[in-house]
Design a protein around this ligand. Structure first.
Ligand SMILES: [Mg+2]
Length: 268
């Protein structure tokens, strides 16, 4: 084990990179997708990672123990954007799906909800205003009101009624409300599991669901004084200061994330 003393928060990015490079073989980098590796778009199907991201993730995966993307998107979507990255792990639907050894592994407790979700997506398309974009994700349904922000309350109310009727859970995000199976799985749990044997981990997120991942890094630090966790927020005007204030560092955009990693990789 390296002799480097774990830095304490707050710290400079210089110190964070130096420590990370000293523990590279015990380090995992986790990334959210939307708003972190890719700019948020009105149509969620249209979003693409910023151009530098693919190359930088590949180099990062060569330099540290593990790189993983942890997203609200299904694995099928993440695969469509990162198919060429053989060494990057994909956790979809907040961890209900994992891409592992060439196939999607689904949390068994969530599979029972596939028929209800299919039906719910159809119902949402019929009952909600036409501007609301219904994203069917097999194990969940996301209702996007980015192009009709004034419909936010209507969408929220409808989602809560359905959640109560079907016994589902609600996840709030940026101009989106999502209905999920009542299965205990969130980004915090993915990170808690993922850092069990790590000496250092970074998490990059931009939304409310990412705060649980930040908390998981803090919790690991609290029980393991040798572990170092770095929480990085990516700024956006919609969640305001809440995600930033929970992070060690804030970057201004997905392009800035790619540039930041490129710079940091010079240390390895
Ligand atoms: Mg996001």
């Amino acid at each position: 084990m390296a002799e480097t003393v774990r830095p304490i928060h707050p710290l400079t990015t210089d110190e964070a990179w130096a420590f990370t490079a000293s523990r590279a073989s015990a380090t995992t980098f986790f990334f959210d997708f939307d708003g972190v590796l890719s700019p948020v778009t009105d149509d969620p199907d249209a979003s693409q990672p910023v151009p530098e991201v693919l190359g930088v993730l590949e180099r990062l995966a060569d330099s540290v123990a593990r790189v993983a993307i942890v997203s609200a998107r299904p694995v099928s979507f993440l695969r469509s954007r990162f198919a060429d990255l053989d060494h990057v792990d994909l956790h979809g639907l907040y961890g209900l799906e994992v891409w592992h050894d060439g196939q999607v592994v689904t949390e068994p407790a969530a599979l029972d909800f596939v028929p209800a979700m299919t039906e719910l997506a159809d119902q949402a398309r019929t009952e909600l205003p036409a501007e609301i974009l219904v994203e069917y994700k097999r194990l969940s349904v996301a209702l996007h009101y980015r192009t009709a922000p004034d419909q936010g309350r209507t969408v929220e109310r409808w989602a809560h009624e359905q959640a109560e009727r079907l016994g589902l859970r609600i996840q709030h995000g940026r101009m989106v409300v999502e209905l999920k199976p009542p299965v205990d799985q969130d980004k915090g749990m993915v990170i808690t599991e993922g850092v069990r044997n790590a000496g250092c981990a970074w998490y990059f997120g931009d939304d409310m669901s990412d705060i649980k991942a930040f908390d998981a890094l803090r919790a690991r630090e609290a029980v393991d004084p040798a572990f170092f966790g770095m929480a990085v927020a990516v700024a956006n005007p919609e969640t305001g200061a809440e995600v930033s204030s929970a992070a060690d560092l804030t970057l201004e955009s997905p392009d800035a994330v790619a540039a930041f990693l490129t710079e940091g990789l010079r240390r390895f």
